[in-house]
Design a protein around this ligand. Sequence first.
Ligand code: ACO
Length: 377
Amino acid sequence: MPHDFMPGLAGIPAAKSAVSDVDGEHGVLEYRGIRVEELCQRSSYLETAYLLLFGHLPTRPALAQWEQDIAHHRRVKYSIVDLMKCLPEQGHPMDVLQAAVAALGMFYPGRNVKDMENNYWSDVRLIAKLPTIIAGWARLRRGDDAIAPRDDLAFSENFFYMLTETMPHPLWVEIFDDCLILHAEHTMNASTFTGLVTASTLADPYTVVASSLGALKGPLHGGANEEVVQMLKEIGTVDQAARYVEQRFHNKQKLMGFGHRVYKVKDPRATILQSLCEKLFSTCGTSQLYDIAVRVERRAVELLDGKKVYPNVDFYSGIIYDKMGIDSDLFTPIFAMARVSGWLAHWLEQLRENKLFRPDQIYAGEHNRPYVPLDQR
Ligand code: ACO
């Protein structure tokens, strides 16, 4: 059967899914049919995670139960903390997270992925424990003790508490929770696809999420948020921004946080994140990085005129986390602690009609070559 090869599988559907949808021409993103703008205004991250996983918004008692289940499973076993203590302090938090998630699977063996009750508890544990691992590592690598989660705190509030041992400003919690909503899901991206390929072998969900984490880490995907802030710091001042962009384009280098396979307009998440930046600055003053970013965007859009390349979700998110005092190498792990609900929603959906991924290839090599003995080469 002849096939056209599409590098990066661009435009090739890899699944039928009802989890989310992107209209890349008009900049619309919906989770289970609800626009992200509305979810940011009216929902919480945990409610949105429930929506993604189960396909509908929870009733009040269902939401309370879900929140309670998550709160009760935030702690990680001391062996996981011991394992993290053995890792090099300079290890990237994404690598630590991937190692810890793979290890978690050994404590909660759920090899039978047809057991939906067990799958529910895997969903709960993964969503609940990722923040504990990330915040724990942020402290352990500095020689501090990890702080145990508090069941009485809401999801985002608890993350800040575990990170800093202090209670954050309520507006910060609200903005951070919106950031998690915006990162929770995004159709058939590289990390979701990676997870689904692993899931198609009927691997357990911890292995699925560990696979997705590996794909998310790369700078062309979730790793871009960390690189954007490094780039803005390197630019240093607003005056340097336009020249930096011009030079980068002159050297045929891409701008991190720009461009998207699907969006042909500005990513709607970037637009919301930009407004969240401005909301955040009302409590703690503006950020030089933001002023540089706005200037970078203006010059880049002028220069990229016609290519339909605009800021993506990674362009403004790091500025928010940086202003909140979060280390830049935690940005991608924070992306992951939100996106895990999207990965798991796709995993559950695929399990209903699973088929092993086994794509084809176009062989471009030789045939019938003789084996040349070692002493004749
Ligand atoms: N800066 C400058 N030019 C760009 C950029 C960019 N960031 N992104 C795309 N372009 C240009 C390309 O140079 C190319 O131009 P050409 O046709 O003249 O050669 C054209 O736009 C198409 O770009 P491709 O790389 O072919 O598009 P693709 O869909 O494969 O790439 C990607 C999408 C990987 C996201 C790309 O835009 C990129 O590398 N961006 C920077 C990294 C980044 O921000 N990643 C995060 C994406 S969002 C996420 O994963 C959470």
